[in-house]
Ligand binder design. Structure first.
Ligand SMILES: Cc1cc2nc3c(=O)[nH]c(=O)nc-3n(C[C@H](O)[C@H](O)[C@H](O)COP(=O)(O)O)c2cc1C
Ligand SMILES: [Fe+2]
Ligand SMILES: [Fe+2]
Length: 398
């Protein structure tokens, strides 16, 4: 069951949060057993109200009812669309139909997508980088922050309360028990640290370079920020912590010594090699993170990508299958190409075949432009040689 949370975050700003525990695959790919929230915001002033971002498609009426519970729909003067992905813009069509005095504001690209997605083309107004609108004395200012997470994305800064509404940026999967990250119990903070990294790797990772550019832009603007209010997960009262985390992720910094083993194994041949490797790595004081795809167990792709994102060394194992690389292995490499890349990372390839080896070469071809340093490739016919795998462990740890 989805759940609605309405909470005042400052004197006149409300968080309208939809807790979604129904979506199992975010963007129809990323497994999220932890759920996700869509955070919309309502700013109320004596000169009218503004809605910042919406909820996912299917929840338009619920969003509208929630707004009606706080203000008269006729008082809403602006609907700001920070980003048009339908997890945030889905409810906009319903809002537009009922908030008759509202102008819809967004980047040019967002305005064009609102028409393309929902046929919303009236009462729309594109906003430029740095442009502002007023609600009486109070000002909402917009900054174009391209590729966080689409080219349409803007941040909205509410000067009076020093709140920066950032949509996907600084967002997180998961349904937090508190509104603010800072108020979460320690164990839940740990969970949300992981969920934020997971969200980043899955959703924003492809555009890491833009994260750095936009953070530089933000820092040059010198905005005074008391609250970062994203449209997924908890809000942040200590902006520096989450901004610093975003810089680390944007720069694709690796965690020194982190070894991640991702492998597929149909009948256990690669599995056997991995077991020997892990045993030898442990003897050498390295505890790898392991993601397995075999006939009993499949890791979650969303978690695999999260671990690969900041790994220093990736051990990738997959066999030859129908004169090609095993399909799940290929799928993971395709996602890596977009999200994690290989710059600053080391790659170890393990493969097995029956009669005509293809997979190891395929893995090397597919990763050749990702920037990896290739540590070694071990490809064997059927079962592996234990000595060769133990030698591989020594290369990984040296
Ligand atoms: C459905 C299937 C297709 C295969 N296709 C090939 C192939 O085209 N070329 C080849 O050399 N080996 C092929 N093999 C053999 C496997 O690559 C080999 O048995 C390998 O050791 C499997 O390792 P794993 O059990 O760890 O996945 C195939 C195996 C299966 C089950
Ligand atoms: Fe998005
Ligand atoms: Fe989103």
């Amino acid at each position: 069951m989805v759940k609605t949370i309405v909470e005042k975050i400052t004197r006149n700003v409300y968080l309208l949060r939809l807790d979604d525990d129904q979506t199992r695959y975010f963007e129809a790919i990323w497994e999220i057993p932890e759920g996700v929230t869509y955070n919309s915001y309502l700013i109320t002033t004596s000169e009218g109200a503004a809605v910042i971002d919406g909820w996912k498609k299917g929840y338009g009426e619920l969003h509208l009812e929630t707004i009606r519970g706080i203000v008269d729909p006729g008082d809403v003067r602006y609907i700001v669309v920070n980003h048009t992905e339908p997890d945030h813009s889905g409810s906009i069509k319903t809002l537009v139909g009922s908030l008759k005095n509202a102008t819809i504001l967004g980047h040019n690209i967002a305005i064009s997508l609102l028409n393309a997605f929902y046929g919303v083309a009236e009462r729309v107004k594109p906003v430029n980088d740095g442009e502002a609108v007023g609600l009486g004395e109070e000002v909402l200012r917009f900054y174009h922050t391209p590729w966080l997470h689409w080219p349409d994305t803007i941040f909205t800064y509410y000067e009076k309360e020093r709140i920066l509404f950032t949509c996907d940026a600084f967002g997180s999967y998961g349904i937090p028990s508190k509104i603010f990250y800072e108020d979460l119990p320690v164990a839940e903070k740990e969970l949300f640290n992981r969920y934020t990294r997971k969200y980043f790797a899955n959703i924003i990772g492809k555009h890491a370079e833009w994260v750095v550019k936009n953070l530089d832009k933000l820092s040059k603007l010198g905005l005074k920020i008391d609250v970062i209010a994203p449209s997924h997960g908890p809000l942040h009262r200590e902006p520096n912590r989450i901004i610093e985390l975003y810089r680390e992720l944007g720069e694709r910094r690796v965690v020194k010594g982190k070894v991640v083993v991702v492998y597929t194994s149909m009948y256990g041949f690669i599995n056997e090699a991995v077991e020997i490797l892990v045993d030898e790595l442990r003897k050498r004081g390295v505890e790898p993170v392991i993601h397995r795809f075999d006939d009993k167990e499949h890791s979650l792709i969303s978690e695999v990508i999260t671990d690969l994102y900041d790994a220093e060394t990736i051990v990738f194992g997959a066999a030859t299958y129908d004169a090609d690389l095993y399909p799940i292995g290929k799928y993971i490499l395709e996602i890596m190409k977009a999200k994690t890349k290989g710059v600053g990372k080391r790659l170890v390839v393990i493969s097995s075949y029956g009669w005509g080896p293809v997979a190891a070469k395929k893995i090397k071809d597919l990763t050749s432009d990702m920037g990896f340093e290739i540590v070694d490739t071990v490809e064997f016919k059927g079962r592996t040689s234990e000595a060769r795998i133990r030698e591989l462990a020594s290369k990984i740890t040296s």
